[in-house]
Write a protein that binds this ligand. Sequence first.
Ligand SMILES: CC(C)(COP(=O)(O)OP(=O)(O)OC[C@H]1O[C@@H](n2cnc3c(N)ncnc32)[C@H](O)[C@@H]1OP(=O)(O)O)[C@@H](O)C(=O)NCCC(=O)NCCS
Length: 169
Amino acid sequence: MEIIIRNATPADADGILALYKATAEVPGGLARTSEEITPAYIGNNLNNALSTGICLVAETPDSQLVAEIHSYKLAPAAFKHVLGELTIAVHPDFQGRGLGKRIFKALLEEVTINRPEIKRVELICRESNTRAIGLYTSLGFRQEGRLEGRIESVTGGVEADIFMGWHRS
Ligand SMILES: CC(C)(COP(=O)(O)OP(=O)(O)OC[C@H]1O[C@@H](n2cnc3c(N)ncnc32)[C@H](O)[C@@H]1OP(=O)(O)O)[C@@H](O)C(=O)NCCC(=O)NCCS
């Protein structure tokens, strides 16, 4: 099956909503539960990414959105060289097949080639999400901070969130 990666448009909101809800059904990945993935949350991310950042989607031949990545600028002008608030989601049925790596590489390529003003991309990931941390490390992200006890753990209690950054070389 050929899955294409393309820029998102406002018309993708419903497809991204369905993708995020399915992804959030599996605990330990996205910080939000499926119930917390609302049209307002998706719409806000999409609007922000389309106006100041980047939003890419991966689409199957039958038009299902099976992966999404977005990141956008923080409001203060002092951070205008930074893309933050990054989230990536690959549909559970499509994980572990290289799609996460493909769509994240596409975002970094877009930054490198077409967005020279962006010097830094940042994200936060729970420490137990070793697949995600492995992916980000393989793409050149470095662990820059450890936010102790920040996020509830799937197994009970709390765990650290890891702050990671990528810098234009
Ligand atoms: C995390 C996520 C984006 C990764 O996407 P994916 O398509 O499943 O991952 P890929 O198949 O592209 O693998 C990318 C890298 O992840 C790592 N990886 C893959 N499977 C792994 C596993 N089972 N354990 C540890 N690392 C793994 C490897 O570094 C791999 O790179 P490699 O192929 O060069 O070895 C995806 O699983 C996902 O959406 N998970 C749920 C939501 C989530 O956790 N989002 C991130 C929140 S911070």
